[in-house]
Design a protein. Structure first.
Length: 239
């Protein structure tokens, strides 16, 4: 998650702007998970298995790491930012592995308990799997472009926005017209800042927004025979 010193006198403002965008993203995630997880947890009424709490803690840790890295960049502590970024690679791998593990564990548990039919579980499986694929793809690209800070930081933002889908879908139907622009609002904020400071939107943001928009369209294939057959096959070893 690196961000090199910018030659422009506007560099500190640019860095602080991304810190504000990350705070917006964190607020959106907290808002999404509050009714079903964080709120009940604080009231002492969140009877989830331990692995759900572990998953939530690791995810919260990712958001905290992202915020801290953004703060380091915004205050010019680039060397420490880059060193911590090396650890961030392993942490991102943990987010991905645990996310996939919990996806199959939770989905299969819902089927075994009767809370979901196999077909309903197969449909729903598409959402977290695409989220994980998006996160992995954007993060891998961000690492590949780590020596290009202007690309890198935008891809890190896109990777985290992809994870926010799960939070937002808990309070807003993914099929509503408001869902997509709200989900992509951190990217739109970054685009607006690009226009205000660069007079153009960085291609990394445009590409990321296009990919995420295509990913949103997964709702149109979740009930397709091809996907249901694939999902049943993926779930079979866990049932």
């Amino acid at each position: 998650m690196s961000s090199a010193t910018l030659p422009s006198t506007r560099a500190p403002h640019l860095r602080k702007a991304y810190l504000a965008i990350i705070l917006l993203l964190i607020a959106m995630v907290a808002w999404g998970f509050w009714p079903t997880y964080y709120g009940p947890l604080l009231r002492g009424v969140a009877p989830h298995p331990w692995w759900i709490h572990l998953h939530a803690a690791v995810f919260a840790g990712w958001m905290a790491l992202l915020l801290f890295q953004s703060w380091l960049a915004s205050t010019g502590r680039i060397r420490l930012h880059r060193r911590l970024g090396q650890l961030g690679i392993f942490y991102a791998a943990a987010v991905l592995i645990l996310g996939l593990t919990v996806t199959f564990a939770a989905t299969s548990a819902h089927v075994r308990s009767g809370r979901l039919t196999l077909d309903a579980a197969a449909e729903n499986l598409l959402f977290p799997l695409v989220d994980m694929a998006l996160f992995a793809g954007f993060f891998t690209a961000a690492i590949a472009w780590r020596r290009k800070p202007e690309i890198h930081k935008r891809l890190i933002l896109a990777a985290t926005v992809s994870l926010a889908y799960a939070a937002l879908s808990r309070i807003l139907s993914v099929e509503t017209l408001l869902f997509l622009p709200l989900w992509l609002s951190p990217l739109f904020a970054a685009m607006a800042f690009d226009l205000a400071t660069r007079r153009r939107i960085h291609p990394a943001l445009l590409t990321s927004a296009a990919i995420l928009t295509l990913a949103w369209a997964r709702i149109y294939i979740m009930q397709s025979p091809a996907w249901l057959k694939t999902a049943r096959t993926l779930l079979a070893p866990f049932l």
